[in-house]
Design a protein. Sequence first.
Length: 480
Amino acid sequence: MMAPTPVRLVLAALALLLLVPQDDASAASRARHKAPKDPSAWASQATAELLGQALSSSRGWDLLKELCDRIGARLSGSPELDEAVSWAAERMSKGDGVAVSLQEVQVPHWVRGQESLELLSGRTRFLPMLGLGMSVGTKPEGVEGEVLVVTSFDELNSLGAEQVSGRIVLFDVPFTTYGETVKYRLGGPSAAAALGAAAVLVRSVTPVSLNTPHTGTTRYQDDAPKIPAAAITVEDATHLHRLQDDGVVSRVRLRMAAEHRGDVLSSNVIAELRGREIPDEVVLVSCHLDSWDVGQGAQDDGAGCVMAMEAIRLISELDYRPRRTLRAVLFTNEENGAGGGAEYAARNQQDHVVAIEADVGCGPARGWRLDLGQSRSESVEGEEAAQAKAEELMAPIRTALEVLGAGGLRLGYGGTDIKPLVAEGTLGLGLDMDTTGYWPIHHTEADTLDKIDPLVLRRNTAVMAITAFLLAESQEPMVR
Ligand SMILES: [Zn+2]
């Protein structure tokens, strides 16, 4: 289906606004937090107004510009993340009837330091690289060795310690899906270290490359030595691979001053609009406020945060207080520990009926992806029943989102921050955005504000606000 153009969207919003009778609009503006006489008409009116406001407001873009250009990259433990937490709390506290609080979370303080990768054989040069988050550093003189290219864990293991020991293992694994390919960034260093490798290089996790290295966290296992690990570009990984296939052995020197300085305090930022009828049931809209230490964290996940911040602001400013409590949570430490999501789920025992997350950039939203926590279901029947229930709940919301070209719904989302809630039975929803422009800049120096289309941001914000409102207002029983 063709995506609606911004002009068509604005016209659609204006048309919907004109459908709202003027008398009703002024009457509603007086006491919208009271129980409406006709809940269905009231919800339709709210939807139209949210759509019009979201599409006509530049506020989301202004917020994202502040976050990216004035604060910038904000890795856990950095002063920039502290600044972002204060900034977000201050900005959200301006909402009408919105209560903002901070929830302390222990986060790792890992710093990158100076780093380089030098090709010592053939046409010698420095290769673009980024150390993996949480990696240990090297000795000051670096670690030097022959490169051994492998394309899978099976291939690595078949070579055994005899071939791997003392070498620098390069995982040259082409991108299939993020979930599949990222296994090598996460588990590659320990798998190679168990066989005696001196260091690990991974091909950046991306389907498309313009010679840009992509960082991201790695996870050491307890039963293997911790060895330094870095990402290199698709171009260099495939080049070194072709050389090996031709019988050419490459030598490199990796230098990394990375270190983990222990844990420090950060905070989840929580903004709440208390429900008018069933405040104990919570509908959550979320994102993560931290980013990698490269780029500006514009797509990952500044845009998602702006959508969540704007959703609760628009609903509160228009004074459409829904039946259930609406809560926007800007999680901390998603990138290298997922501490914010875990802490929130452990400390907030209210009945979270739906947890919404936006964390795949800011391409045009096509609809929603369901996160049913599949591992939880004991039977196929149980899973099918959960899916049918979720589809029924989403049906009127999909209809409302059709004007934005965002009426889609498909199965399969695994949000890092909402995972602990989903594991307890909360319905998870991930904003389903076009990721064509996302993976190529994900976790790179190129994740900057210029990659965000302001009109798409408005449109995605409208999808977020309408969905959050209609779920929080739904007349369907939502006890999980
Ligand atoms: Zn993210």
